[in-house]
Design a protein around this ligand. Structure first.
Ligand SMILES: [Zn+2]
Length: 482
């Protein structure tokens, strides 16, 4: 039997996480204050169905203990044997017709045979047809006293308000890594499986908060009674977080050594598809962060597009690694190509949704301040401090880019640099660095050697000088540090 089924919790005490929900439902049982209809909503694998089953059992249990089903009374035992006909589980995904609900209503008129209540658990209730919802609504409007409904759904927005308003609602959250680890350790101890700490972390992280995924993955990783991260790394081609980040940075900076790294992973027999999937995940996270900051993410989007397409194509490819390598080549080859396309997008030649995002990002980052020179100097003082350099700064253009936050306006500088023809590599290196202005010295603390090398190039330095002058900040020196 699959571990997930074997260790399906049978009592609230046995159920991991969802503390508030457990407590509330247990109290309702203890105080005998249950209502006619409940709806449990939340992502997959968060314990909705397990909770519904435990709750239904507890409602009908002859001697509930502190809100938990006793597990030994006739009802509890019958439920355990699946021989209890008064708790009816329906999967709406396969019983969507109105007839099924009619059947329920017809049967609902009869008293339960052995227990206090007839309880209907309707899983994935949002899948019901419109007619079925109407039939369900009729019975919810005037529910017989001996009937209770527990509805569960992953998609609450598809459940009509008329239904929702007649249910007590509980929102299930994704399990935390700690919750998942707790459950897995419990299973491991019961099964006598030796598991190292890194494996717990890996499984908890990979399962994205869904217990079912976690337990299934956990089971797949057992080899000879143990789960070892070394083995996982070998078979699933997992690299350390740092290695993954380094690889991503190489792609972002078009560092060709990414190709030999990839070749190395292939020779080591790593799972290349999983590796690319991980890179896609990292890139998505990075994109969201950049978008929040209002930065241009068109290169990220292009990279995501290329990697995703490569991954799709590799499914049908006679040589998976070659297909993925071609995707990497496309990314590494896109220096000028992407730069050019980006300009076209902004100019409106390629009407993509991306353009909208680009424009928003640009606008957000480069508020055009068209106030008088005096106001601008005041604003600059606020940002750079009230020093002599700023007071004497020559404001050459009414469209100077002053950031709304504190610190140096990197985005403004980048916009000016692009106008002068600077390449994307310079912009990206600046974005990844900490830039500050001390007097008339621009200090750039880079985070990678690649960024340092890029910014130390004479032509890029010249772009920075010119762009800063355009912004009314004549520099005497640029300091590139790593
Ligand atoms: Zn019982």
């Amino acid at each position: 039997m699959a571990l997930y089924l074997k260790y399906r919790p049978l009592t609230f005490s046995d159920l991991t996480g969802q503390e508030f929900i457990k407590k509330t439902l247990k109290t309702a049982i203890s105080e005998d204050k249950t209502v006619g209809a409940y709806i449990f909503t939340g992502p997959r694998g968060t314990g909705k169905t397990s909770t519904a089953r435990i709750f239904a059992k507890a409602i009908n249990c002859e001697n509930p203990i502190d809100g938990d089903p006793c597990g030994v009374c006739e009802t509890c035992v019958a439920f355990g044997n699946n021989s209890l006909i008064d708790i009816i589980e329906i999967d709406a995904a396969s019983h969507t017709g109105v007839d099924n609900i009619r059947e329920i209503i017809e049967k609902a008129q009869f008293q339960p045979t052995h227990t206090k209540y007839k309880i209907y658990i309707i899983d994935e209730v949002h899948m019901l047809s419109k007619g079925a919802f109407n039939a369900l609504l009729k019975i919810l409007e005037e529910p017989p006293a001996h009937i209770k409904f527990i509805l569960a759904t992953t998609d609450i927005h598809k459940v009509p308000d008329t239904i929702l308003s007649r249910c007590q609602r509980y929102d299930f959250k994704n399990f935390s890594e700690a919750d998942i680890k707790e459950r897995l350790s419990y299973i491991a101890s019961k099964e006598g499986i030796v598991v190292d700490e890194a494996s717990y972390h890996y499984v908890a992280e990979s399962s994205e908060g869904a217990m079912r995924n976690a337990v299934s993955l956990f089971e797949q990783l057992i080899v000879g009674g143990t789960i070892s991260y070394e083995y996982i790394k070998e078979t699933l081609g997992i690299l350390s977080k740092q290695e993954q980040q380094e690889f991503l940075q190489k792609l972002l900076h078009k560092d060709i050594s990414a190709l030999s790294d990839f070749e190395g992973y292939k020779n080591e027999g790593k799972n290349l598809k999983n590796f690319i999937k991980t890179i896609i995940q990292l890139l998505q996270t990075d994109s969201i962060e950049e978008l929040k900051k209002g930065n241009d993410i068109s290169r990220n989007i292009d990279m995501l597009d290329i990697l995703h397409t490569g991954l799709q194509q590799s499914k049908h490819s006679f040589d998976e690694s070659l297909t993925l390598k071609i995707a990497l080549l496309k990314i590494l080859n896109t220096v000028d190509y992407l730069g050019e396309r980006h300009e076209e997008k902004v100019a409106g030649k390629i009407p993509l949704v991306v353009t909208q995002i680009d424009k928003q990002a640009e606008t957000k980052n480069t508020p055009e301040i068209t106030q008088s020179k005096e106001n601008l100097v005041e604003a600059a003082k606020d940002i750079f401090g009230n020093n002599q350099e700023v007071n004497n700064a020559k404001i050459s253009s009414p469209k100077s880019h002053i950031s709304s936050g504190s610190g140096f306006d990197i985005e403004g500088l980048i916009v000016e640099m692009k106008k002068k023809g600077a390449k994307a590599a310079a912009s990206m290196s600046l974005r990844g660095s900490h830039v500050s202005l001390e007097g008339d010295v621009l200090s750039v603390q880079t985070k990678t050697q690649i960024a340092e090398q890029t910014l130390k190039k004479t032509d890029n330095q010249e772009f920075i000088f010119q762009a800063a002058t355009e912004m009314g900040i004549p520099l005497s020196r640029i300091q590139i540090l790593n």
